[in-house]
Ligand binder design. Structure first.
Ligand code: NAD
Length: 316
């Protein structure tokens, strides 16, 4: 496409910094609300629609966008976009999941250390004026077996970082080739149960789908070592939160760290209130660096798709 004629519509909420960068590609237009009528009017002659987790990009919107080639989402989730309607009209959807890999992996390690060393608990005691070292005896990562479930971008980065602590790493992911486990120097668990039975610390990095929903059920937890730790920075629905609560009460689990919940914001105060639970408000990808990387990656992908990077446009 000719760069002079590319019209880019930015949804309400797309940051000004990103709009400035998008001007490298074409003419940028901004919306001031998520009102569907306004969007349908503005999108008629646009080639690119840049959105965040809002607005919902409905079939109606897609159908009123006769020139649209790409819906671009800086970030991960594309559940707000009607993917079927896009596919039918040959509209590409691009997102930037790789931008947050290190950020989520680092949070996972941070949560593990906070959990095993009782950092949050000790900090709160001290802020209340209580100096009780005996209540803050922790565990090290060194010498433990760490199980990574889901060996994609984030799982692999977690494995790299964990190995530096001197832990043995097992990973379970039936969709990843054998060679990747070998290359990353981790042991491959052949079943979920094998990984759960071997690990002192388990971290979750699967995508949410029918197969992974409720993967960490009451039964799965019963296969874990007694007193093991669980960290979830993937998606809340991968874990049965009620089963977690029971397992923490019974001592089957030694502690849990959560960044994601079955509903967000979470309503499960019983679980979050437990002393051996630490929680963060879905901040895995919430760093300044992720925003900068997402913008860089989005620009590169857009140029590729629109045929501005020297090659043929992809997918047309
Ligand atoms: P990815 O697609 O690179 O990796 C996911 C892996 O899960 C894949 O390798 C896939 O083969 C594996 N998988 C699928 N089904 C499986 C199963 N049944 N058993 C075992 N493995 C299975 O994704 P990613 O970028 O590494 O993201 C991992 C998770 O982290 C996703 O759920 C993502 O939504 C989440 N995430 C969270 C945050 C946050 O803010 N907390 C930010 C970004 C991503």
């Amino acid at each position: 496409m000719d760069q002079n004629v590319i019209k880019i519509l930015c949804a309400h909420g797309v940051p000004e910094e990103m709009k400035k960068r998008l001007a490298e590609i074409g003419q940028v237009f901004s919306l001031n609300s998520h009102d569907e009528v306004e969007i349908k009017e503005a999108i008629r002659d646009k080639h690119v629609f840049v959105v965040r987790s809002k607005p919902r990009v409905t079939r109606d919107i897609i159908e009123s966008a006769s020139q649209l080639k790409v819906v671009a989402r800086p970030g991960v989730g594309i559940d707000n976009i009607d993917q079927e309607a896009c596919r039918e009209k040959g509209i590409r959807i691009i997102n930037t999941p790789e931008a947050s890999t290190s950020s989520v992996a680092e949070l996972t390690i941070g949560l593990a250390i906070a959990l095993l060393r009782r950092i949050y608990y000790g900090c709160n005691l001290l802020k209340r004026g209580e100096w009780v070292k005996g209540k803050c005896t922790g565990r090290t990562i060194e010498g433990k077996t760490w199980g990574v479930i889901g060996f994609g971008g984030i799982g692999r980065r977690v494995a790299e970082l964990v190995k530096a602590f001197g832990a043995e790493v097992y990973a379970y992911d039936p969709y990843v080739e054998e060679g990747v486990f070998v290359e990353k120097g981790v042991r491959r668990a052949l079943s979920l149960n094998e990984l759960l039975a071997k690990s002192d610390i388990v971290s979750l990095h699967v995508v949410l789908n029918q197969e992974t929903e409720n993967m960490i059920s009451e039964e799965a937890i019963s296969k874990m070592k007694r007193g093991a730790y669980l960290i979830n920075t993937s998606r809340g629905k991968v874990v049965d939160q009620k089963a977690l609560y029971q397992a923490l009460l019974s001592g089957q689990l030694g502690g849990v760290a959560l960044d994601v919940y079955d509903t967000e914001p979470p309503t499960d105060q019983e679980l979050l209130g437990l002393e051996n639970v630490i929680c963060t408000p879905h901040i895995g990808g919430n760093t300044e660096e992720v925003f900068v990387r997402a913008t860089d990656i989005l620009i590169v992908k857009l140029k590729e798709v629109l045929g501005l990077s020297g090659g043929q446009p992809l997918g047309y």
